[in-house]
Design a protein around this ligand. Sequence first.
Ligand SMILES: Cc1cc2nc3c(=O)[nH]c(=O)nc-3n(C[C@H](O)[C@H](O)[C@H](O)COP(=O)(O)OP(=O)(O)OC[C@H]3O[C@@H](n4cnc5c(N)ncnc54)[C@H](O)[C@@H]3O)c2cc1C
Length: 216
Amino acid sequence: MKVELISINPDCEKHIEYCARTCYNSLDKMTADSHKIFLANLIKNGHLSVLEHSFASFLIDEISRACSHQLVRQRLASFSQRSQRYVNEKDFSFVIPPEIEANTIAKQIYLKTIEDIQISYAKLVDMGIKKEDARFLLPNASHTTITMTANFREWLHIIDLRVSKHAQWEIRDLFINIWKLLFNKAPTVFSEIYFLNWSKDYEYKKEIFETKIKSS
Ligand SMILES: Cc1cc2nc3c(=O)[nH]c(=O)nc-3n(C[C@H](O)[C@H](O)[C@H](O)COP(=O)(O)OP(=O)(O)OC[C@H]3O[C@@H](n4cnc5c(N)ncnc54)[C@H](O)[C@@H]3O)c2cc1C
């Protein structure tokens, strides 16, 4: 899995503060670090719409189609995904789930099946079958590349859903990476404060925040 922050609006936290202060006619109260307490209070009080003023885009590569299928359920985000209609997926690379990786027999079955699919896919394409039809053979394991853009409110919502004990391991790993990258750029918005006030599983979020986000 590779995750790269490819775009974020400049001064993303100051920008939210500026927009939100129009509500209170308090632009004159802005100082170099006034956004820290101001944004924390907005989040605590549930004035979350102001977080929609800042955006970030990620390039996400080498995740499985099983993972991207879950990802694109987030309806307020925007996506562009590598097409299996237009791109030749001969010799596609793929994810091996850790549980299968750790089991020699399961891994043999898995790799043999992938190899058979690769051979059959290549045969179909070589005999002139359109890629859009040959792709029906491709497994959920095959790698995909996707760009994803969302506003900060939606990123917090998705982190809340996917950095959870109940989430599937691959999408959870993906969102731990995304949370880390967002925290580095916007440490007030992507601190614990949202989860402390709004998450159903704050204890789990706190553990991840302490061990994987803050320390990165
Ligand atoms: C642990 C886990 C297990 C899951 N298992 C399954 C499963 O078995 N099967 C399955 O199909 N899905 C499953 N999902 C996906 C889940 O049902 C949601 O589709 C997905 O998490 C997106 O959630 P969302 O609608 O809150 O987010 P988004 O689509 O990102 O929307 C964000 C928020 O915007 C608002 N919103 C968006 N669209 C509308 C709308 N049309 N009307 C009103 N409000 C709207 C809601 O407040 C929503 O929370 C699972 C998700 C998780 C986290």
